[in-house]
Design a protein around this ligand. Structure first.
Ligand SMILES: NC(=O)c1ccc[n+]([C@@H]2O[C@H](COP(=O)([O-])OP(=O)(O)OC[C@H]3O[C@@H](n4cnc5c(N)ncnc54)[C@H](OP(=O)(O)O)[C@@H]3O)[C@@H](O)[C@H]2O)c1
Length: 408
């Protein structure tokens, strides 16, 4: 199963809005006969790829699958049927499919005499599929907040200068994080201060030596850039509007939207502090955005934390001290120590001279689904209809939100 989970991870960034899934088939003697993973939405499912490789050796063998085999015909047939046809005797599943449309594969297999074991390495398999599981269970995208700082938590010097606190290796790793996300989100403060491009630039030079052995995510569509800008202040010359990737600018319902922002803008409710972030996530969910990377700045990151909308924190800490200057995180709803946001370390890895920290909230944050927001589907005319570079992602119709691979 651990190998199947590693295979599943190779689909990160490519399968959205589908889950990542890995599969390993053992022949009756316990030898590996086939391996596969779901690489892109609409492509063959992990089980099908692995069964193809295993051929006749699958008969009487065991399949290890990270997600319950689907029982649903979408763009591809049900995997439960493929496993039955191949004569697999036992299926070991890590995580049951929470999507009611696709679930039921385990029951069908059992009904046909296949031994099915569920829950094997479930926590590890949930981790690799955290984005998709969050989007199905909470009906909002999975949110990662990323920051870079000195070890004393500063993201800029006293005079505001901030480039570059962390190393080229850490910055390359950020591009990988972006490539694994469906959308990258920044506040208007960051756009005005830094004029970031927010595109994925996974060049060979940037990733050399850093990601050896792990293929770069292959994306079917560019990552959506999102600016949270209630006053519609994003300048026409801003790099986020350079057309290299689609861009969405979330503005308040009452904002006066200049012509250059009109094709990118979506109107969302205003709340104290800016845009209603739950409405923003609902809007992104409707656009089949499964995972979001918050790239700053401190004000916006603090607001997401205050709302309980951060599922994962990724920090890059440089071995440096500033003593004064902007903090990596702004006010996050903590006025007394009992309100502290407690996290757990999931990973601590050296990246070049820096440290990469991956943390998760101590208690899950996404148990309550984001309510559908009445104002969340009111784009500023002309509405975004094309996914060509420079335009926002299309708004899918009825079938919005993430899919099971079964629907792909
Ligand atoms: N170290 C890092 O990892 C990192 C990363 C990114 C940026 N930065 C630094 O951060 C600085 C900019 O940060 P910042 O805090 O000034 O700006 P920011 O967090 O990028 O943007 C904040 C602005 O977003 C808008 N906004 C809309 N809805 C909001 C909501 N619900 N909650 C909060 N904000 C909302 C508000 O402006 P409106 O009211 O006009 O909408 C708000 O002033 C730059 O100097 C940049 O270099 C550091």
């Amino acid at each position: 199963m651990r190998r199947a989970i590693a295979l599943a991870a190779r689909g990160l960034g490519g399968t959205s809005p589908n889950p990542v899934v890995g599969c390993v088939i053992l022949d009756p003697s316990g030898e590996v006969a086939g391996e596969g993973f779901h690489a892109y939405a609409g492509g063959p499912h992990a089980e099908v790829v692995a069964l193809r490789e295993a051929g006749e050796r699958a008969r009487g063998g065991t399949a290890y699958v990270t997600l319950e085999p689907c029982n649903h015909t979408g763009r591809t047939g049900p995997c439960s049927g493929a496993l039955l046809e191949a004569g697999v005797a036992r299926v070991v599943v890590a995580v049951s499919d929470p999507n009611p449309k696709a679930a039921g594969g385990a029951a069908v297999l059992r009904r046909h005499g296949v031994v099915v074991d569920e829950g094997v390495l479930a926590a590890e398999a949930e981790e690799v599929n955290a984005a998709w599981l969050t989007s199905v269970r909470a009906r909002r995208p999975h949110v990662t907040w990323k920051f870079a700082a000195t070890v004393d938590g500063r993201s800029a010097a006293e005079d505001g200068t901030s480039q570059w606190i962390t190393s080229p290796e850490a910055r390359a790793d950020v591009h990988r994080l972006r490539a694994e996300s469906d959308a990258v989100v920044a506040g208007i403060g960051t756009v005005l201060a830094d004029d970031p491009r927010l595109t994925v630039r996974l060049t060979a030079g940037l990733t050399a030596g850093l990601t050896a052995g792990v293929p770069a995510p292959s994306r079917a569509a560019p990552v959506l850039r999102v600016v949270v800008d209630s006053g519609a202040r994003t300048p026409a010359a801003a790099r986020v509007l350079d057309g290299e990737a689609p861009t969405l600018v979330a503005v308040a319902e009452d904002a006066a939207v200049p012509a250059h922002l009109s094709p990118h803008a979506v109107r969302l409710p205003r709340v104290p502090g800016g845009i209603d972030l739950r409405a923003l996530l609902a809007e992104l969910h409707d656009r089949q955005v499964v995972s979001v990377l918050i790239e700053g700045g401190p004000t916006l990151a603090g607001a997401f934390l205050r709302e309980g909308l951060v599922d994962r924190v990724v920090g890059y800490l440089a071995p440096a001290l500033l003593g004064a200057g902007a903090a990596a995180l702004g006010p996050a709803g903590v006025s007394t120590i009992t309100e502290i946001h407690r996290l757990e370390f999931a990973e601590v890895t050296p990246v070049g001279p820096d440290l990469k920290l991956v943390l998760r909230p101590k208690s899950p944050v996404s148990s309550t689904p984001v309510p559908p927001h009445p104002a969340s589907s009111h784009p500023v005319p002309p509405p975004p209809v094309s996914s060509t570079p420079g335009s926002p992602a299309p708004v899918p119709s009825e079938s919005s939100g993430p899919q099971s691979p079964k629907e792909s």
